[in-house]
Design a protein. Structure first.
Length: 406
């Protein structure tokens, strides 16, 4: 395997130093990626797209194997560190990225180049190597910016892990693959990296304890690392420093997490009529934050949402969309909403920085909250069958259960 992996970089004209080998492989990967981008942009037919999907530049894991092999051949070198950072910041799941993180811990935990790896790990909540990398960087890395970023990203990791743990606990140990939430299903590539028991390990965690530690870490960031530039590319709202980013997440944890009373929402619907979330007390409410014109995934949910609304007509249930539409006005959204066949309330919030989106710290679309009849947040980011189960569970609590399956 090793000979095959290095066939392309160990020929007669191969670079002589580890650093030159790393640079050559990086140039090759970048050229492959640019070729993929160009082909993807120019694809016109399904056949064209099938060819695009087969291009090596589309799959960073193909190069992750080779970068990892280079690092293993020259352990402890600067080229190895660069190669491992590439793997950790480009390949989300699989044994290659787990191995890369373990080698970073072993050989480069005191290095100054770790930050890009941290920023890529938020959704790797079943990965033991991720947690260990972040924890050891906080303790062992001498660079203040790396310490602060590790502190921030460990908090993000723990809050996501708490959410995954709640989902795993909700389904129970006998849950079928279909009943598991989308992100915790045992996809082969995730099992390869995290182990076949990762869902059971998530179930054994204490979500409340994870949230408490995350809150303490974010408070530590505000107190000690607030001025460090933020490298969180997933932040929709401008947060140029770690202090800004940490404060937004602290607000969300303290006021918008599961078990908290939902903040009031006041605005206007597409007809300009006043809207208040508190008017929906006594009903199970699904709040769907999205953007009709700028979020294709949001639009793809409409048929499912229409079926849910129709099935639960007459029940104590409401679906409410909160839409932000930069460069559009209310009249354009009203026409598009009606043309789509949507009949549930839609609240206009202007652009991404609208008062409702800002108050609820919405970072990505769609974001979905499910509220119980008392206005308490009970579920977050439930989609498809997960959303059906969440609504059905709350209706059962009210004693008014009816099959919610569209």
């Amino acid at each position: 395997m090793g000979l095959l992996v290095f066939a392309a970089i160990e020929g007669t004209d191969r670079p002589q130093t580890p650093g030159e080998q790393y640079q050559a492989l990086q140039r090759e990967q970048d050229a492959a990626f640019q070729a993929f981008v160009k082909a993807n942009r120019e694809a016109k037919t399904e056949a064209d797209q099938a060819k695009v999907d087969a291009l090596p530049g589309r799959n960073p894991r193909l190069y992750g194997v080779r970068f990892l092999a280079l690092a293993q051949k020259y352990p402890g070198t600067e080229a190895a560190e660069d190669a491992l950072v590439w793997v950790g910041s480009h390949v989300m799941f699989g044994p290659e990225t787990e191995a890369a993180k373990r080698l970073l811990i072993r050989d480069h935990i005191r290095g100054a180049k770790l930050a890009p790896v941290f920023a890529f790990q938020r959704l790797t909540c079943g990965s033991a190597a991720t947690e260990r990398l972040l924890r050891e960087a906080i303790v062992k890395n001498p660079h203040r910016d790396v310490q602060g970023l590790a502190c921030y990203w460990l908090a993000r990791y723990l809050t996501e892990q708490a959410q995954w743990s709640r989902e795993a606990r909700r389904t129970g140990p006998e849950a079928s693959r279909a009943e598991l939430g989308n992100m915790i299903r045992p996809y082969p590539i995730i099992v390869e990296g995290w182990g076949a028991d990762y869902i059971d390990r998530l179930r054994r965690l204490d979500p409340e304890a994870l949230d408490r530690e995350a809150e303490a870490l974010l408070s530590r960031v505000v107190a000690n690392y607030a001025d460090i530039p933020n490298n969180d590319k997933n932040q929709r709202r401008e947060t140029s420093t770690l202090g800004d980013a940490a404060r937004t997440h602290l607000h969300e944890m303290r006021h918008l997490s599961i078990g908290k009373p939902a903040p009031e929402i006041q605005g206007k619907d597409l007809d300009g009529r006043p809207f208040r979330l508190s008017d929906y007390r006594g009903k199970v409410v699904v709040l769907d934050f999205g953007s009709h014109f700028f979020c294709g995934f949001c639009r793809s949910l409409y048929p499912f949402e229409r079926s849910l609304v129709q099935r639960l007509e007459g029940r104590p249930f409401a679906l409410v969309s909160i839409n932000a539409e930069p460069s559009k006005d209310r009249r354009e959204l009203k026409k598009a909403w009606e043309d789509a066949g949507n009949t549930w309330p839609c609240v206009w919030d202007g652009d991404y920085e609208g008062p409702i989106n800002t108050a609820w710290n919405i970072q990505r679309y769609p974001t979905i909250y499910v509220l119980d009849p008392n206005g308490v947040i009970r579920f977050k980011d439930a989609y498809g069958n997960d959303l059906v189960q969440a609504v059905d569970a709350l209706l059962k609590e009210m004693g008014t259960a009816k099959d919610a399956q569209p």
